[in-house]
Structures are given as C-alpha cells and as structure tokens.
Design a protein around this ligand. Structure first.
Ligand SMILES: [Zn+2]
Length: 135
C-alpha cells in the first residue's frame, strides 16, 4: 500500500457525500486530526486518527474531517481493526486507495446518520453504501 493523498480524491468524495447533503455541511482534509481538535478544545485521544465526524451544535449538521495523508500504517490499522470484527471479501477491496477513502467517508457519514451506531454498524452500513457506488 502507498500513502493516500486525500486531496487528490476530494472532488470525488464530495460527489459521494452530496447524497447526504441534508446531514453534512463540510468535508475537510487536515494534516493532523488530533492537533486540529486540540486547537478547538475537542477531545481526541487517537494521534493516528484517519477520520472524524463532528456535529455543529448551531446548525445540527456534521463536519467530516479526513487525514490529509493516510500512511500505509494508518491504512493497516483501520483494515486490521475491521478484520478483527470479521469481514472478508470487502476488506481486500480496501487496499485500493480510492475504495479505502470512500469507505472511510461513508463510515463517518454513518456516525452522522446515527450517533448511537457502533463502529461495526458504521462499517456494515458503509460497505452496503459502497456497493451502490462505482468507485
Ligand atoms: Zn467510527
């Protein structure tokens, strides 16, 4: 796997997200999600975070943060966490950068759709949505 440069995919990701316009207000690629959060006094414990979904209390809409550069190590840790939660064929597809990012975005959108969903529920929903899109 190679490092994913998120900005190279942002136009397409924005198109994918358009379907969920009523929920989302912004998608932003930031160099370090933890630092971004610290500056705004938002709690974030994971220094290697690849994506995050934040609610704007004023508008009720969500902002999705994606890491600007996603290293092979970050990709592996996301994929491995999923393997432990058991998916098989779908996980192989995530080794493609474009598919990885789309799944990551959809996973964060899933959090916006239902704040009570578990990581696993968000992943399942994201895989289902992914099937509907040609990446
Ligand atoms: Zn999540």
């Amino acid at each position: 796997m190679e490092t994913i440069i998120t900005n190279e995919h942002l136009v397409r990701l924005t198109e994918v997200a358009r379907k969920f316009d009523s929920l989302l207000e912004d998608i932003e690629a930031v160099s370090n999600i933890q630092e971004w959060c610290e500056k705004r006094r938002i709690k974030e414990n994971n220094p290697f975070r690849t994506g995050k979904c934040l609610k704007n209390r004023e508008t009720g809409k969500y902002k999705i943060l994606l890491a600007k550069e996603i290293t092979p190590e970050m990709q592996s840790s996301v994929i491995c966490a999923m393997e432990c939660r058991s998916y098989c064929e779908e996980i192989n597809a995530l080794k493609n950068p474009s598919v990885f990012l789309t799944h990551l975005l959809l996973h964060e959108i899933a959090h916006a759709r239902n704040e009570n969903w578990s990581e696993q529920e968000c992943d399942s929903w994201a895989f289902k949505e992914l099937e509907k899109i040609s990446v």
